[in-house]
Design a protein around this ligand. Structure first.
Ligand SMILES: C[S@@+](CC[C@H](N)C(=O)[O-])C[C@H]1O[C@@H](n2cnc3c(N)ncnc32)[C@H](O)[C@@H]1O
Length: 220
């Protein structure tokens, strides 16, 4: 099963992870700390930006996009290749009264090439599923004027093999990384200024400064 089909099929199940009214939400907050912490850290990175716009690549059901709008983003564009995710995202932003600031587009981000640029380009929980992280990161840089922010799962001793097996059984590939490999990825993508912020038990948040980056766009 491709990543696209996997998330199309499980869009509602994934979205429910953010539903605070479920009785097992508190348990998920403990077991899946990374899912919630990565967006909190990302919101923290946006605090100082003043007026800003966000491109949310692999936005899923739009849960984070509406938070970015709530945190002051004047414009948020979310892109996801799952039609069901985009449907959920549109409904959510309407329900939250954020649909004037949020736009959602069904597309493969690797093929997305609008001329619009954004202060921040975000990809949370997406690199986990990417066979070609360099092209994705470069495309993020191509659309960003200030920051790129992306989460990565670390190749941890226990969680990573369990997750690989769980997703493998559902025919969905999942990839893990290390600080060294991430450094190499940034180098190859032409991202010079970046920080890696550890979160939860095995997450790494890449916060990249694209303002001075040389982008090898011809290689995308
Ligand atoms: C684990 S979900 C994370 C969703 C959201 N960012 C969040 O944190 O709630 C990963 C999402 O990335 C999307 N995705 C993965 N690769 C993509 C690509 N190349 N183009 C567009 N969407 C993609 C999937 O469809 C899925 O909805």
């Amino acid at each position: 099963m491709s990543v696209e089909r996997y998330f199309q099929k499980r869009a509602d199940e994934f979205d429910a992870l953010y539903d605070e009214s479920r009785w097992w939400y508190r348990l998920d907050r403990l077991l899946r700390r990374g899912l919630y912490e990565r967006v909190e850290l990302t919101l923290g990175e946006m605090k100082e930006l003043g007026n800003f716009s966000v491109l949310d690549a692999g936005c899923g059901s739009g849960r984070n996009a509406v938070l970015f709008a709530g945190a002051g983003a004047q414009r948020v564009v979310g892109i996801d290749f799952s039609a069901r995710m985009i449907e959920l995202a549109k409904a959510l932003s309407r329900n939250r009264g954020m649909d004037t600031r949020c736009e959602f587009i069904q597309a493969d981000f690797l093929e997305y090439s609008a001329s619009e640029r954004f202060d921040v380009v975000v990809a949370l929980g997406v690199f986990d599923y990417l066979a070609d992280p360099r092209s994705f990161l470069q495309r993020m840089m191509q659309h960003a004027t200030r920051k790129v922010i992306a989460s990565f799962p670390r190749a941890s001793l226990i969680r990573a093999p369990i997750r690989k097996l769980r997703y493998g059984l559902r025919n969905c590939p999942v990839y893990f990384t290390t600080e060294d490999r991430l450094g190499e990825l940034c180098h190859q993508a032409g991202l010079q200024g970046f920080r890696l912020v550890p979160y939860a038990s095995s997450g790494l948040l890449l916060v990249g400064d694209v303002a001075g980056a040389k982008q090898p766009l011809d290689e995308i």
